[in-house]
Design a protein around this ligand. Sequence first.
Ligand SMILES: Nc1ncnc2c1ncn2[C@@H]1O[C@H](COP(=O)(O)OP(=O)(O)OP(=O)(O)O)[C@@H](O)[C@H]1O
Length: 259
Amino acid sequence: MNWFLFNKTLKVGTVLKQRYEVIQFIGRGSYGFVYLAVDRKTNTKVVVKQHRQRRDHNSIQMLKKEAETLSSLRHQSIPSYIELFEEKNKWFLVMDYIDGSNFEDLILLQGKSYNEKDSLQILFSALMIVSYLHENRFLHRDLRLPNIIKKDSELFIIDFGLAIKLEREEAVSLTDGKSEKELFKEQSFKSDFYALGHFLLFLLYSTYEPRSKQEQSWEEELIISNETKRIIRKLLRIEDSYDHIADITQDVSALIDKL
Ligand SMILES: Nc1ncnc2c1ncn2[C@@H]1O[C@H](COP(=O)(O)OP(=O)(O)OP(=O)(O)O)[C@@H](O)[C@H]1O
């Protein structure tokens, strides 16, 4: 197989299934290409993900798994599944397009900054969506800045490529010398809590102005309340971790009211 030709991206103007017209190439993900397209049937913008042939992954399987996850979720803050299809030996997944900006772009490109209260309010909105996932026994396992989108004042979570349905939760306690990667990917709800801890830290760092040339720990660098520090420590499992998402939501909401 000619890998290069197989992995060529679609041209703007290509119409798939006589329905989806590619209008923009959005990006190259770990296992596929992502396009913005217009659904001629509904005249709305959609996202089309195309698998990319890789020697080391079964990208078709991954795309199918993402389609299965998306099709079993229904939430106003998660893109709706439209369809999965094969055309000319390539597989495509179509979903709603969320016309907003992800937090990586908001902070790094647009220079947005979030104070302690803003950051906790954003975390609270993310927790509402993750609660829905966890209630349905799904773990997202990739809650990073590029996968959390803000559209007007609403938050959305995208990219269910690594999500899994948890049949049986791994018993996990403290970090036990695990690497960051292992903590993100663990088959436990705590892996999403861990990612949300990092998400909160990134939001808080958006207002950070270095006061010393020496690099310090986040607890020394960030000027935030002890309560927020404690929430982060628990999310990152530096101390007694959270067991249930409802406990996080409760702590965050009580603290927002206080600040
Ligand atoms: N439903 C969507 N609405 C808006 N933008 C989207 C949507 N899905 C994906 N994108 C955009 O395309 C980019 C890549 O998509 P996605 O993260 O799902 O692909 P991936 O192959 O899993 O990538 P990665 O390796 O970065 O995880 C996202 O960062 C986002 O900018």
